[in-house]
Each structure stands twice: as C-alpha cells, then as structure tokens.
Ligand binder design. Structure first.
Ligand code: NAD
Length: 485
C-alpha cells in the first residue's frame, strides 16, 4: 500500500510540494509512517508572502477576536486528539503515556492560555515626567506609554522531541500578540503539526495567518530565516542556533533562541537521595532523555556518591526498554538511527576516557528500532566530552565534589546554562547555590515546572525568554508614545 502523503499549508490552503515527498520513519518499527512534503524555496517565500499580507488585518483585529479564534482553534484541535495521537506516536516513537499526554494536551493548553492572556492589556503606563524647556521643545509635564506591538511575521522553527507542544509554545503567543507565522517543524516528525492545520482551517483563522513549510534537510529552515520575516523563534541545537543568529543578524531580525542544555544536578550530602534519584532518573524514564532540560550531569557530594550511584543503577535496571506501544514500556526508542549512532559515538569517547559504565553501554537486543539502554557513567571528569556535550538521550554522567564552591564551579563549567538542579535539605543553601548557577532555570529539590515562570537559557543555551506572560512579551516590540499633559 502506498504511504499516505501530506501537503504544505500555505495561505489557508493545502499546497502540493514542488519538490515531492520524503519518508517519515517510525523510530520503533523502522517502517515508513507516511510521506511528508518537501517544500521548495519558492514555496517558503510564498508562505512568508502570505503571512506578510495577512499581518495588517490580523494585528489590527481587537485582541478579543484573536482570543476567540485561538480558543476555537483549541476546541477544534481537541476534537482531533484521538486521530492525532497515533500519528504523533508513530513519528516520534514516544511511549503511549507520553504521546497521549504531553505530546498533545499541552498543545491545546497553550492555545487556551494565550487566548486568555491576549485579553489583558499588556501596555505599560508610565508616570508623567516634568521636562524642562529645551532648544528642542518647550517644557511641561509629558505623559508616556510603553505600548506592546506585534513584531510582524515570525518564523517558528522547532525541534523533533515534542513537535506539537513546541509549535504551540511559539505559535499561540505569537498569534495572540497579533503576529502572523510560518512554521517549520523538524524534518523527522512534521505530520501531527500538518494535521493541526486542519484545526486551523476549521477554526476559521484568516488565510496567511498560520502557514507550514516542511522539508527533509536544512534548506527550508535556512530559506525561511533568509526570507522577508521580522523574527525567528527557534528551538533546537546550539550550532544551528548560532547559524540562524548569524543570518538573522544581517537583516536585524528579532531572535528568540531556545538551545541546548547539559543540566547539572548538584546533590549535597544533606540532600534527599531518593528524591534526587527520582528526579535524575527522569532522564531515562521520560521520552528517552530527549529533553533539553533533563538533569543529565550529576554533581554528587563525595559523602553521598556511592549511595546515589547504587540507587540510580537500581532505578536504571528496573526500567523496561522496548516497544513504545506496550503498556509496561518506560524507555522507547530515540528519534532516528543518526541520533542513536551519535549517542553511541559520544559514549565511546567516555569509554576511552576511562568512565565506568555502571548501567547500560551496550545496544539493547531488540530486533528493530533505534534503542539506547538507560546508561549511567561514573568517575567522569568535567573536561571530558561526555560531561561537556549533549547526549539528548537516556544517558546520565556522574562527577564528584567536596565543597560548595567546587560544586558551583563544576555546575557552571560547560558552555550551556539552561536548567540546573540542587538537592539539599538546607533550603538556604539550595537558594544560595541556585543564585550562583549561571543557568536560566534552577529547580531546588524538584524537576517539576512552573509554566508561568520565564523559560530560557544563559550562555550558549539561548537568547530571550518565553513561558507564561513572558512568552507573550517575547513576540512584541515596545513602542514609546509620548504626549503633553
Ligand atoms: P536541530 O538544531 O538539529 O534542528 C532544529 C530545527 O532547526 C529543525 O526544524 C531543523 O530542520 C532546523 N534547521 C536545521 N538547520 C537549519 C538552518 N541552517 N537554518 C534554519 N533551520 C535549520 O535540533 P533537533 O535535533 O531537532 O533537536 C534537539 C536539540 O534541540 C537539542 O540540542 C536540544 O537541547 C534542543 N532543544 C532545546 C529546547 C529548549 O527549550 N531550550 C527544547 C527542546 C530541544
């Protein structure tokens, strides 16, 4: 049977891709799920032109109307969830527990959240300022407002780990603020995002407000960054983010960059070891460690090191790896053969540097699929590649420290600064250490999130913040309006 084929979504219509299609592969079965559309550069430009044409009317609509449409969109998407779950599961290889919850529900939640936030006035009133007579103008009391304006046409370029949720985290606030968008999902899994466009049509968004272009390589994304857009909102790896920033800088395009991470998990000798194990173990048990915020780099106080390692090894060995559709599977495949090979090659550098493999290290014996066993490396030195580079897979490395300053130095000793963690029974110490970590986010004794908090990275983990109301503001320009009182 021929694979189902998908089309691009441009200017409110389904469009035949000018460069044909490419296969989307199920990471567990290695079978072709469907053919995704391969957009030509001309079609990327068509999508941008459609978004440009739609911008004036969309941005001038009353916020309440935009909010109503985003709510309708959330409704239309929610009705499709039973059809979308199998698609997103097959293309990402996520376990059913992840596919039926975080892969889809957060998408609808984000549209509803930003529909609500769009109803608030986000302008900032300023107190009147007495200004003296100058050669420019006569003095007086001058009033001012910092008004939030949409940026314009936003390119939303997303990674493969949570295709719908990542897309919604960009598109919902961008549209709520009055921007129009061109979405470029990751090559590995764009199908559910294309299905989302059916909901966009049903909800009656005006043509051009939301467009999708896809492709198997970097070409479509690159063309989009070079096109006539005003802002790039990108989530993905640091090297690609750097390339995007160089290109976007030439056109002074606004940037929101959510990049890689190498989350340090500092565990003090008074920390709750069981709690730390459960938190750190999420690197294995949640979406095969394909999470930028995962606590992948344990920095353990020497006094708790052995107990922590023993318990982590126990946790890792307990997790069932295999078919993501099986009820008892916890660790499914990683996204692709390329990614599996990359993880294995990085593990090999750890082996050569002298790390001890306390768990994992060998490819699981499962007939088909791109599996990596939950892996735990100890005796790791901070300068080794396994401590410095992202695995983006189910791998945890352990380093050791003796005092607080050393812990902070080790935690800060990578180019990344996205999400760090501290486990300590002394909340004053937890807070003190958190304030010294060069990281956009710090969890004290938890891996839980607060979705209202700003999210983003220090150092090479990114530029800018989204999350909650900060997400809405990220898609705005401040315009100062002044007047005599
Ligand atoms: P990636 O950087 O390889 O690709 C991300 C997107 O960029 C894809 O859509 C890709 O097609 C596109 N792209 C590639 N080259 C491009 C170019 N030259 N110009 C424009 N677009 C281009 O990332 P990935 O492998 O899909 O995802 C994993 C990475 O994403 C990890 O580094 C992870 O840490 C990061 N990530 C970060 C966050 C965060 O919020 N900070 C969240 C999830 C993932």
């Amino acid at each position: 049977m021929a694979a189902e084929t998908f089309q691009l979504f441009i200017d409110g219509d389904w469009v035949e891709p000018s460069k044909g299609g490419y296969a989307i592969v199920n990471p567990a079965t290695e079978a072709v799920v469907a053919e995704a559309p391969e957009a030509g550069v001309d079609q990327v430009n068509d999508a941008v032109a459609a978004a440009r044409a739609a911008f004036p009317a969309w941005s001038r609509r009353p916020a309440a109307e935009r909010a109503e449409m985003l709510d309708r969109l959330a409704d239309a998407f929610e009705r499709r969830i039973p059809d979308v779950v199998p698609v997103v599961q097959a293309e990402t290889g996520a376990t059913m527990r992840v596919a039926s919850t975080l892969q889809v529900l957060q998408c609808a939640v984000r549209f509803r959240t930003y529909a609500k936030l769009a109803m608030q006035n986000h302008d900032i009133p300023l107190p009147p300022s007495p200004m003296p007579n100058t050669a420019l103008a006569s003095g007086g009391l001058i009033g001012a407002l910092a008004a939030r304006q949409p940026v314009g046409v936003v390119a939303c370029i997303t990674p493969y780990n949570f295709p719908l949720t990542n897309m919604a985290g960009k598109v919902a606030p961008a549209l709520a603020m009055g921007n129009t968008v061109v979405v470029k999902p990751a090559p590995q899994d764009p199908l559910a995002v294309l299905r989302f466009a059916e909901a966009v049509q049903e909800a009656g968004l005006p043509p051009g407000v939301f467009n999708i272009v896809t492709g198997s390589g970097a070409e479509a994304g690159q063309a989009l960054v070079e096109a006539d857009i005003d802002m790039v909102s990108f989530t993905g790896s640091t090297p690609v983010g750097q390339r995007i920033a160089e290109t976007a800088g030439r056109g002074m395009k606004r940037l929101l960059l959510e990049l890689g991470g190498k989350g340090a998990a500092v565990v003090f000798d008074d920390g709750d070891v069981a709690g730390a194990v459960a938190g750190i173990g999420s690197t294995w048990s949640f979406h095969s460690g394909q999470i930028c915020t995962a606590p992948t780099r344990v920095i353990a106080h020497r006094a708790v090191h052995d107990e922590l390692v023993e318990k982590l090894a126990g946790y890792a060995s307990y997790l069932k790896v295999g078919d993501p559709l099986a009820d008892d599977t916890v660790v499914g495949p990683v996204i692709s053969e390329v990614q599996r090979d990359r993880i294995e090659a990085l593990l090999e550098t750890g082996r050569q540097d002298g790390a001890e493999f306390v768990a994992g290290g060998n490819r699981p014996e499962i007939g088909t699929g791109y599996y990596v066993a939950p892996t735990l490396l100890t005796g790791v030195k901070n300068e080794w590649r396994v401590a410095q580079e992202e695995f983006f897979g189910p791998v945890v490395v352990v380093e050791t420290f003796d005092d607080e300053d050393e812990a902070v130095a080790l935690a800060n000793g990578t180019p990344f600064g996205l999400y760090d963690y501290v486990w300590s029974g002394d909340t004053v110490r937890g807070y003190r250490v958190a304030r010294q970590l060069r990281s956009g986010n710090v969890g004290i004794n938890t891996v839980q999130r607060n979705h209202e908090a700003p999210f983003g990275g220090f150092k090479q983990s990114g530029v800018g913040r989204d999350g909650g109301v900060f997400g809405l503001h990220a898609y705005s320009e401040l315009q100062s309006i002044v007047w005599p009182s």
